[in-house]
Design a protein around this ligand. Structure first.
Ligand SMILES: [Zn+2]
Ligand SMILES: [Zn+2]
Length: 153
């Protein structure tokens, strides 16, 4: 998103548009699938030697759940995007793209979870416990029942 200052209305104006998801640079991250555009809705206004932007940035993406490893769709958004750029009479354009990128990446959770109720994977057999309970015993019970067997023999 590039703002051409010579076109900007003196009382400011709204910018609505999209950026390519490729600006995020998350193609190497197997836990993030980002193929939808990043949307912005930002008000830009000159204010005492600065260009001030505020508004909202949002991106729909698919993240891998940190508990069950399934991918789920979610929306990552910052509703109070606020940036100020120093400008002079010589400034012709301001590129906001790096800050849109940074803001979206900051909103991506470090430990995404598909749902607060996600049961995750069984640590023993790896079954997804959201789909069905597995037959594994909790580790402690398993140890004690083994001891019982020894006594019986
Ligand atoms: Zn999950
Ligand atoms: Zn299991």
């Amino acid at each position: 998103m590039i703002i051409e200052l010579f076109k900007l209305r003196p009382d400011g104006e709204w910018f609505d548009g999209e950026e390519s998801p490729e600006i995020l640079g998350v193609g190497e991250d197997p836990a993030i699938k980002s193929s939808n555009p990043i949307r912005y809705h930002l008000f830009a206004q000159r204010a005492s030697g600065q260009l001030v932007l505020n508004g909202e940035v949002r991106a729909d993406m698919t993240l891998q759940c940190g508990r069950c490893a399934e991918f789920f769709s979610t929306s990552v958004a910052e509703n109070s995007f606020l940036r100020a750029y120093e400008i002079s009479d010589a400034t012709e354009v301001v590129d906001v793209t790096p800050d849109i990128r940074e803001e979206i990446l900051l909103q991506v959770p470090h430990f995404p979870v598909c749902s607060p109720e996600c049961k995750g994977l069984c640590p023993q057999c790896g079954a997804n416990l959201n789909l069905a309970p597995c037959k594994c015993q909790p580790p402690d019970d398993y140890r004690w029942s083994a001891l019982d067997d020894v006594k019986l023999n």
